[in-house]
Structures are given as structure tokens and as C-alpha cells.
Write a new protein. Structure first.
Length: 111
């Protein structure tokens, strides 16, 4: 399944600044999950992710010129797609991904 509107996406990423220094790296942690197509992430970022599938890795540059307001300079992002599934009607209507039961969460608080 490809990333498109009304899909739930789980991904990991690494973000580097223009000097090549790692600013944030969650590639070795649990993925972040979001609902694609709701406008909760920047449209330019959604554009980079649309059409990707599980296992895809994509590298791209983000900058203020590309619509990332508040970003000074350029940043380079590497994204790994871990899961793509259709959102449930309930998730889409609420505009957010259903949360797992706290019993399913690890001792570190990550679900």
C-alpha cells in the first residue's frame, strides 16, 4: 500500500543540518505514527512522503524556501517507512490515530 490521504503512516527518520551534524535521529527507536492527509504535518513534507511504501527510504532537503517556515538554512532528512495502512473511519473523522491500550505500552512509556 502506498502513502496517500486517509492512511496511517509509521516512520523513523534522521535529520541533519547543513553542516552534516545530526540534529535528531530516531532511526534506532520506535517509529512515529501520523494520519496522512489531515494537514497535521506540513504540506511540503506530506508531498515528499506521498506514494512511498513500506521499506522505502527517502532522502530530501527541507528549507524555508520550500515552505518550511521557521527553518533557518537547509536540513537533510532521511525517512524510513515502517508501516502504511488505511485509516479507520473513526480515525479519519477524529483526525488522529487511535491510541493503543496502555497495557500494550513498554516500560519506557512508548506504545
Amino acid at each position: 500500500m502506498e502513502i496517500a490521504s486517509k492512511t496511517v503512516v509509521s516512520l523513523r527518520y534522521r535529520l541533519k543540518n547543513g553542516k552534516g551534524e545530526v540534529v535528531e535521529d530516531i532511526t534506532g527507536r520506535k517509529p512515529v505514527t501520523y494520519l496522512h492527509g489531515t494537514g497535521h504535518i506540513l504540506p511540503a513534507l506530506e508531498g515528499h512522503l506521498t506514494g512511498l511504501k513500506v521499506g522505502n527510504v527517502k532522502r530530501f532537503c527541507i528549507s524555508e524556501e520550500q515552505g518550511y517556515f521557521g527553518v533557518e538554512g537547509e536540513f537533510y532528512c532521511e525517512v524510513i517507512i515502517d508501516e502504511v495502512r488505511r485509516a479507520t473511519d473513526e480515525e479519519w473523522n477524529r483526525g488522529e490515530v487511535a491510541q493503543k491500550n496502555k497495557k500494550e505500552c513498554g516500560s519506557d512509556g512508548c506504545c
